[in-house]
Design a protein around this ligand. Structure first.
Ligand code: FES
Length: 134
């Protein structure tokens, strides 16, 4: 399931297939991301900078955004998430080992721990892997 939420400053995209329920969004900005409300995203409850910072912390790219007054950049960025995946954003192709192009969207997370059951994508399994080190 994919959803888009907009106001006059920002459009936020949510892709349930990428969501690993890390809790980054609803713990950082619960007035905007409330899983018990419908719609669960209320963009008028915080300023755009807070929303951007919270979405940037989403480890898998399940949440992404485009600013109304700024087109999305085509530059590719790869962000190493702490104890987690490699989050990729920008205009790029993701190719499987067999040469087939994978449908990954503009923001996605590649597994960096080797535990995912949805390779090459992160499925949240790293939480158990890194927690077991404690
Ligand atoms: S980094 Fe998330 S499952 Fe491997």
């Amino acid at each position: 399931m994919k959803r888009a939420y907009s106001n006059d400053k920002i459009t936020v995209y949510w892709d349930s297939d990428k969501c690993i329920k890390s809790g980054e969004c609803d713990s950082r900005l619960p007035q905007v991301f409330d899983v018990n409300s419908r719609p669960w995203v209320n963009l008028d409850a915080a300023d755009v900078e807070e929303i951007k910072c919270t979405i940037d912390a989403c480890p898998t790219g399940a949440l992404s955004y485009v600013l109304r007054d700024q087109p999305a950049s085509d530059a590719v960025t790869i962000q190493v998430m702490e104890d987690g995946p490699y989050k990729v954003s920008g205009k790029c192709k993701l190719m499987a080992a067999n040469g087939k192009e994978l449908d990954a969207g503009r923001v996605f997370a590649l597994c960096g721990c080797g535990s995912s059951k949805k390779m090459p994508f992160c499925d949240g399994s790293h939480y158990n892997r890194f927690r077991s080190r404690d």
